[in-house]
Ligand binder design. Sequence first.
Ligand code: AMP
Length: 521
Amino acid sequence: MGNKCCSRRHDAERPPVYPHKNEPGFTTCPVSFDTRYTGEPNTRQPSRPPVDVVRTTTKCISNGGRRVVKALCEYTARADSDISFHKGDRMEVLNSSEPDWWMVFHLTTRREGLVPVNYVAEESSVECEDWFFPHVSRKEADKLLLAESNPRGTFLVRPAEHNPHGFSLSVKDWEDGRGYHVKHYKIKPLDKGGFYIATNQTFPSLPALVMSYTKNALGLCHVLARPCPKPEPQIWDLGPELRDKWEIPRMEIQLIRKLGQGNFGEVYYGKWRNNIEVAVKTLREGTMSTQAFLQEAAIMKKFRHNKLVALYAVCSQQEPVYIVQEYMSRGSLLEFLRNGEGKFLQFEDLVYIAAQVASGMEYLESKMLIHRDLAARNVLIGENNTAKICDFGLARVIEDNEYCPKQGSRFPVKWTAPEAIIYGKFSIKSDVWSYGILLMELFTYGKIPYPGLHGKDVIDKIEIGYRMPKPIDVYLPDAIYGLMLQCWDAVPEKRPTFEFLNHYFESFTVTSEMPYKEVHD
Ligand code: AMP
């Protein structure tokens, strides 16, 4: 595996300067509010320290040294070794040496067992608060808050994207002529501890600040009415027994309905132990060597990010091999855009999807992994337009001739960078090229790239400098088309980083295109 792993690494080169954009759309409040952009580099998670490191409450653990966690939501046990709990239940931590499952003693049911770590938080930490969203970006905050069921004044607090010690308060608001929208306020730390939004109102802790604004708007657009409902935490394993092993018995998987036909076999919606929803990819015999696939899957399983589809388990003892993955309810981005609800997406939704894909790719870039087959068909869509990248690394182990660059018609020529087609030189920069093509698919609602051209002609034309023209029948700002052209730079090193691309789309708002004055209450 060592070799394979190493050969997948790309040179950790960065093009010289890709300045971060400032954050447009941040709400500035009445005079006394200090919401200036701090100009600090992007420090979004995962580089940010865990929130309990930057403790924000004045409470402390006072259980005689015991470490007590509180349940963030309900959980139903999946095996003999884990325990069920309800939101708000308190549990004493007995062993926290494992990253995903902690051994606890339930203080009400008196049962001992494992619990998934991201379903609980230290009783004394700000993460226990219903309004605190530790891993949500600005765009995701918009998406969550704008859900129809949320009234005006629904809010959440999240770590700031540009200040490792600061936070942002996002509030759903409504105005005549503008309708529902979200306003974001910077919560700044005080040197001696505590926080403020407006310099004339300081608070000893985040909860104190939130509490105060729930009683009085004090210059905010609206009083904080109620915390935004939290989505279910991401689960990385099917259950605690599978945290180290991921070969599972085939009989534990029930195939329920066919979702589609992939390049390598059929894909099914199914359940694990008749309980947990999963997607099951079946690999046609001879598609790849099981050995090579398992090595690759072991790598894939190690890398986790909320914009990468989670790989749960495999059944590789018999053909066809099953790959058991996180289920994404809206299917592939391509199908979604062409035939699903994606046809009706607004421009901002497309930008949101572009940001999510770039975020997943930024993670792969930071781990020096390459995808090799980035395209709208390999992005999956879930509820609320969440997007996740799938099949990363799979292209590498395919032995199917039809998928092989030199021989077949199904090689994704239109998505592949010239240096990868001609010299087989795949890198994170060839992924950036593919991302540019994916952007074109996205903003044209799933149109085939280079319409009217055959793959072979595309290679010839690209080599002499031809690039896909800006489409005229869809809304595509010049700035975004310009970015696509940068992704298709003939010199790989001159293409942007995914870090830049993510930041670009995260901070791209309609306001940055068509500046208008933010209305302040
Ligand atoms: P693929 O083999 O990745 O090309 O998948 C074929 C089709 O199966 C896709 O177009 C999706 O509609 C569907 N599909 C694949 N993986 C998943 C998943 N994890 N969740 C939901 N649908 C999926």
